[in-house]
Design a binder for this molecule. Sequence first.
Ligand SMILES: [Zn+2]
Length: 414
Amino acid sequence: MTVRTERLYYEYTGTEGRTGTEGASLSAAPFSANILELRERDGRLALLLDRTIFYPEGGGQSGDRGSINNVPLIDVKEEGGEILHLVDHDAKLENGPALLVLDAARRRDFTVQHSGQHLLSGTIVRLLSAPTVSMHLGEEYNTIDVERGEFSTEELIAVEEAAAGVIEADFPIIIHLCPPEDLRSFPLRKTPPQGEELVRVVEIRGHDFSPCCGTHCSSTGGIGMLRVLGAEKYKGMTRVTFIAGRRVLVDSRRRRHEAETVSRALKIPVNGIAAGVLALNERSKDMEKKLSVLKNAEARREAEDLLRDAASGGLIQRLYADHDMEDVLLIGRTAQKKTAAVLLLASEPDGKFAALCSRKGVDIKALIGETCETYGVQGGGGGGFFQGLLPPAGTRQNFLDELSRKLSALSFVS
Ligand SMILES: [Zn+2]
């Protein structure tokens, strides 16, 4: 049997009797209702109530959160005209009186985001004649998909500014419950749902008319602020990401904190961060160029040093205690150009080794692959190059000695 629940979520916002000084930690007074039925639903318990203050997911707005007899509400959904209050499967709840507590701060937040979305979609239609095709209100960010190609930065700023004007004017947001035959009197922004006895039309006075079942602020001033965070191509449309209300404050605080952290770390003034970072970037590129020149010179010196060890095309082995593998490879590549000897070089700090040989037709992997396997060493390469990880300190020297033996064989073959 279908359970009919009295829907009080439009009237009840959890902010009743509040002074407005509660900040983000707004918690609502408990509300009495009765649990009429409990059902299994996808591994959860679904409660059906005689009346509810919880908004069920719909119209792009997520379902309310809160608690029923102190059991946290996981979600609220509407199915076949019934409102299902979903809680954990093992929740100790039964038929009878229940106290409902709404997460009023979250509801307030979604109400603000939803009104912000109407304002944004309406403003984009008004300024750019581009309709919103779909929308999503997220826990952190919201998006609308707009039937239009790219937006310029100037257009996005114009949209934000126009929306700010409507917020400052504090236009009433009016709810019309309207029989379908009367809908023609409204310049609706989108197609109304079919088959409803009464269609709910949300009007931002004179500015935007949209059929909608969501919760809304009583006037545009409640939106506080609307901020577009970005716009990118999406399935032939443009997806606009935005936030409204307190989320703009939180976002701005977070960005300020990041800017101050960068400012302190790089010792550049917080209001000149962009120019400061660009200048640092240039300096760092210059330094990289200089460093590369120095490293190449150093590699040439080290390579000459290595080559002095080369006994008539034999094997040259060296374990570097103070060079990372990148440097070691640079030395190896430089030396390789001047010798036919096999080079077995390793970096102590990186725990890596490489074998290099400039002679054609050499297959180092075939020579040392087995030894690497025996020592459980991972590595790879092809032809005259092989690179791998050194085994732990205890077996490291034995491993290198064995590699030397194998590679010496190669050195004297030709
Ligand atoms: Zn809506």
